[in-house]
Write a protein that binds this ligand. Structure first.
Ligand code: ADP
Ligand code: MG
Length: 205
């Protein structure tokens, strides 16, 4: 896994979020303030700009640059949260990047989000898509499957995790103000996290 793959990951994530920005905003309209699609679309446009203006020379530089751009440009809770996933990954990722190394770094990124957002699985947040994806990657490493299949399994786990937020009651973030009325809607951050994992599966070597 090289620098180009990591750049392609964010370019593909930007494409998917731009394509689905209205769906993400609609999900946020139901249980938040209707800005998640535009927030993340703006942030990923900034990521693209950063990666183009200062071409990264390593996977770590991609992650750090993308994380920083997301923190700077996504207004809203999700910017710092996504930023911390990628910046933490960048802190611990070893080169050359193997599947086991990617999986370990991703797991630490998810822990960073859980710590920053004080969120656990079941709280109806992006963690409900990210944590199953992380678990799927760890299992794939254990079972010795190839990178592409591992990323596909992680993408499936994230999509299932996002869908599983529908019957949950939100305990964190803006949606938690709705109490029981948050039940019955997919969490927008979990939905966008599933797009990040889908993008990863697409660019797998
Ligand atoms: P805001 O809520 O500030 O408008 P966004 O709409 O961009 O920010 O993002 C909302 C998403 O952020 C939620 O759907 C949820 O997945 C995620 N989120 C919010 N608060 C937390 C938290 N404390 N921990 C983890 N994720 C959170
Ligand atoms: Mg919002």
């Amino acid at each position: 896994m090289d620098t180009d793959m990591f750049v392609a990951w964010f370019e593909e994530a930007a494409r998917l979020v731009h394509r689905d920005r209205e769906r993400l905003t609609r999900l946020d309209a139901a249980i938040g303030d209707a800005d998640h699609g535009t927030n993340l679309d703006r942030g990923l446009t900034e990521v693209h700009k950063a990666l183009t203006e200062w071409p990264p020379e390593s996977p770590v530089q991609v992650l750090t640059s993308a994380g920083t751009a997301l923190i700077r440009r996504v207004g809203g809770a999700s910017g710092p949260l996504y930023g911390s996933v990628f910046r933490q990954m960048g802190k611990v990722l070893e080169s050359p990047v193997t599947l086991a190394g990617f999986s370990a770094a991703f797991e630490e990124g998810v822990v960073a989000v859980e710590r920053l957002g004080k969120a656990a699985p079941g709280d109806k947040t992006m963690v409900d898509a990210l944590a199953p994806a992380s678990r799927a990657l760890a299992l794939a490493v254990r079972d010795g499957v190839g990178v592409r299949e591992a990323f596909e399994q992680a993408a499936r786990a994230a999509a299932e995790g996002a869908e599983a937020t529908i019957p949950m009651q939100a305990r964190k973030g803006r949606a938690s103000y709705l109490g029981e009325r948050s039940i019955g809607h997919e969490d927008p951050g979990a939905a966008s996290a599933a797009l990040f994992m889908a993008a990863l599966a697409t660019v797998a070597p």
